[in-house]
Design a protein around this ligand. Structure first.
Ligand SMILES: [Fe+2]
Ligand SMILES: [Fe+2]
Length: 181
């Protein structure tokens, strides 16, 4: 994956719907990044927020695989696609953002009630709430806290017609966080 390919993905392919919500993949990405930025998060976590669902756009499983009972493993696909371009501080929160949802649902009874419809549907195909053993393993991950933060921004970023910067506005941040060639 190159930066040019990312721009191509977000400018050409990301206008499609995001799961069952009334926002496109592009709107969801820009909102997640903007929420992270407004929360004063490090640049690498803002970039992770921007790109966290890129895995949905690098497979051929259609617009809403979770709705048909398929886990597209987009967190792993996305992290794997970005691993040569960005450091672990970007790729690892992306890889762990679905696990973070499963962790939060298991650890906080109120979190499930706050999930959007599409998140509840996808939770079922992603394995449901974590077991205690998996929670222990997950909480030992180096990027555990960043993954939890990312997942919380993700859930908030589903607001139809919210105003955000454009994808190109984030290019300087992408350039600053990328691995040197
Ligand atoms: Fe996701
Ligand atoms: Fe997301």
């Amino acid at each position: 994956m190159t930066l040019d390919e990312l721009v191509e993905i977000y400018e050409r392919r990301a206008a499609r719907p995001y799961g069952l919500e009334g926002v496109s993949q592009l709107e969801h990405a820009l909102q997640t990044a903007t929420i992270a930025q407004d929360a004063g998060q490090p640049d690498t976590l803002v970039v992770a927020a921007l790109l966290h669902d890129v895995g949905h756009m690098v497979h051929g499983l259609g617009e809403n695989p979770a709705g048909t009972g398929v886990d597209d493993r987009h967190e792993a696909l996305g992290a794997a696609a970005l691993v040569g371009l960005f450091p672990d501080s970007v790729c690892e929160p992306i890889r762990l953002h679905v696990a973070a949802k499963r962790y939060l649902v298991a650890s906080d009874p109120l979190y499930h009630a706050r999930l959007s419809k599409d998140s509840i549907v996808s939770l079922a195909v992603q394995g449901g709430p974590m077991s205690n053993v998996d929670m222990n393993t997950f909480s030992a991950e180096t990027w555990f806290q960043h993954a939890l933060s990312l997942r919380k921004f993700d859930e908030e970023a589903k607001i139809p017609n919210a105003l955000t910067p454009s994808f190109r506005d984030f290019l300087p941040l992408l350039e600053a966080c990328r691995l040197s060639r």
